[in-house]
Design a protein around this ligand. Structure first.
Ligand code: NAD
Length: 318
């Protein structure tokens, strides 16, 4: 494909050595952009970006977003934040700082550079929702003092900061509320349900269901999600979000376990444990806004997405 030089941008991806960030970087480099990845490698790994080591348009900087960053870029994707309970509860104060100070630092940078900035927010801003499925207009049902609050409230405050920078300083912002996403390069030991089930199945260990396994989740394949990010960033200035990005097709945890067992051809059985505190019973995105503003909806079904995810974990030999 001929390269269009004047559309090449220099793009900062914070959290770029993580699961979603590394896929986003692959996609941006594929579009001909230059990418600067800033990551403190807390949950991300160099392995996720190893294949880019000698790429002429890729640069890595080990940096903690709770400290200011002085670089020159045309666009910012702010993804830095541990995303799974095991990791974000490891140092909850640092988690809140990463969301809040990280947002302030990246928004400050965007303000100085007068550039667009996209925030990787989360469906966790809806907490344990009393509305189902969740539209962006729903304000959520969040416990402010629980063990998940460092993540949920940190992300909510980051959204507040994004909208105040937009109102107060005219910054061009894009806020994506991401629902459960899975795929290759997920952290193998972060306790997220898809990676947990796949690893347990590959090892032939019993698959752990919390509660009776009837709680539902929707699962978005990573390539679909990244397409949503790219489209959101490219929207006209008046589209700020928040916009839900996720797959609205629901599965119970028991159904997911059955699919994983079938894909891995495992002999694993299922075992049950009590539900953790504040675990939402149901969560499903309403993606009407994403359809309307981005012309976006997920294309990759769970069965297909699980194939490449299982292949990745098989190769990792966990
Ligand atoms: N994967 C999902 O299902 C999902 C769902 C909702 C929201 N999100 C959001 O998307 C973003 C990426 O999530 P992910 O699944 O790729 O998780 P991940 O843990 O793989 O990636 C997060 C990255 O941020 C880095 N990081 C953490 N704290 C940092 C700090 N203080 N400074 C610099 N880098 C830091 C980590 O090292 C890691 O590389 C996160 O903001 C997360 O909250 C993800």
């Amino acid at each position: 494909m001929p390269r269009v030089y004047d559309s090449r941008k220099r793009i900062l991806v914070t959290g770029g050595a993580g699961f979603l960030g590394s896929h986003l970087i692959d996609r941006l480099l594929g579009q001909g952009h230059e990418v600067l990845c800033a990551d403190n490698l807390f949950t991300g790994t160099k392995r996720n970006i190893e294949h880019l080591h000698s790429h002429p348009r890729f640069e890595f900087i080990r940096h903690d977003v709770t400290f200011p960053l002085y670089v020159e870029v045309d666009e910012i994707y702010n993804l830095a934040c541990p995303a799974s309970p095991i990791h974000y509860q490891h140092d909850p104060v640092q988690t809140t700082k990463t969301s809040v100070h990280g947002a302030i630092n990246m928004l400050g940078l965007a303000k100085r550079l007068k550039c667009r900035i996209l925030q990787a927010s989360t469906s966790e801003v809806y907490g344990d929702p009393s509305v189902h499925p969740q539209p962006e207009s729903y304000w959520g049902n969040v416990n402010p003092i629980g063990t998940r609050s460092c993540y949920d409230e940190g992300k909510r405050c980051a959204e507040t900061l994004f909208f105040d920078y937009h109102r107060q300083h005219g910054l061009e912002i894009k806020v994506a509320r991401i629902f459960n996403t899975y795929g290759p390069r997920m952290h193998p030991s972060d306790g997220r349900v898809v990676s947990n089930f796949v690893i347990q199945a590959l090892k032939g260990e019993p698959i752990t269901l919390y509660g009776d396994g009837s709680q539902t989740r929707s699962f978005c394949y990573v390539d679909d999600l990244i397409e949503g990010f790219i489209r959101l960033m490219a929207t006209p200035a008046e589209i700020t979000g928040p916009i839900n990005l996720g797959n609205p097709v629901e599965f119970t945890m028991r159904e997911l376990a059955e699919l994983v067992i079938a894909e891995t051809k495992s002999k694993s059985t299922m075992t049950t444990r009590p539900l953790p505190q504040d675990d939402p019973k149901q969560r499903k995105p309403d993606i009407a806004l994403a359809k309307k503003h981005l012309g976006w909806e997920p294309k990759i079904g769970l069965r297909d997405g699980l194939k490449s995810t299982v292949a990745y974990f098989r190769d990792l030999d966990v």
